[in-house]
Design a protein. Structure first.
Length: 281
């Protein structure tokens, strides 16, 4: 990858508007005529075996970000979670984040939440849903399911203080052209469970039989470069180790690499930034 490709690009509002319209129409065409079979059936009864579970805090105190945006995010997450909770992904089917959730509009109950746009914090209806896509992507990396579409965050907005997962293991989404899609290429049905407690967003991937493999996702390489245009770009590679239930190493797989423009000083101390935050819709 050419590093100068990461230089921030400023586009006019008309171009952004037209581009969004074009890619949304392209996505609608793909959904209806692309030949994929999309998961749509939900079951209230749980499949018997949990293959992986994870949870993330609902409320975080972010520097220079009003807490009402966090509370609005929780409201948005509750609405979206109901659309994907219990979804069954049969063999050959594809899970599409936006096909299931739909356009997050005021009419559906969504409210203003925090959004990131070209590395800057703003507000938008439905803001905060990236916490859900981040959770689903991270859990999927610990399953045999295949991520067929995922977009990395182009900007690294928040320092690592409080980070529990490797940098670059999230998935940004924007209706509907930045989607998260996951295909079931196994022989078994998988069930996604999403719920909100008073304090956390909680997810599970469930299975009909005990899992045959276990996964360890880790960062193998990490470096920062200063670009000719004056900014800094952060890079890393994500891998996962695959084990049998007896902890015998089966494989060490490359997953993805990440490149993100840093919006803070590389040597910023832990207490100086926004703690533990993930980018949002």
């Amino acid at each position: 990858m050419r590093m100068n490709a990461m230089r921030p690009v400023r586009r006019s509002r008309p171009r952004i508007w037209l581009g969004r319209k074009y890619y949304r129409l392209k996505r609608y065409w793909e959904w209806h005529f692309g030949g994929k079979t999309y998961a749509s059936r939900r079951e209230s009864s749980l499949l018997p075996h949990v293959i992986f579970t994870h949870r993330t805090p609902l409320l975080r105190q972010l520097k220079n970000v009003d807490m009402w945006l966090q509370h609005n995010k929780v409201r948005n997450l509750r609405i979206a979670a109901r659309k994907v909770d219990g979804i069954i992904v049969m063999p050959g089917e594809t899970f599409s984040f936006w096909r299931l959730i739909g356009n997050p509009t005021r009419r559906k109950g969504y409210v203003e939440g925090m959004v990131l746009f070209y590395g800057k914090v703003g507000t938008g209806v439905g803001g905060g849903l990236c916490q859900l896509s981040n959770l689903i992507y991270w859990m999927t990396l610990h399953t045999p399911l295949t991520v067929t579409e995922r977009y990395r965050h182009s900007y690294d907005v928040f320092p690592d203080s409080g980070r529990e997962q490797p940098f670059g293991t999230g998935a940004t989404v924007a209706y509907n052209y930045l989607d998260l899609q996951i295909e079931n290429r196994t022989r078994d049905p998988y069930q996604l469970i999403i719920r909100l407690t008073d304090t956390h967003l909680v997810g599970e991937w469930r299975l009909t039989s005990p899992p045959l493999l276990k996964y360890e996702v880790y960062e193998k390489e990490h470096w920062i470069t200063q670009e000719y245009w004056g900014g800094y770009v952060r890079h890393n590679s994500i891998y996962r180790k695959v084990y049998t239930p007896d902890h015998e190493l089966v494989d060490d797989e490359f997953i993805t690499e990440n490149h993100a423009i840093m919006m803070y000083e590389p040597m910023l101390t832990e207490g100086s930034g926004m703690e533990g935050a993930e980018p949002v819709k």
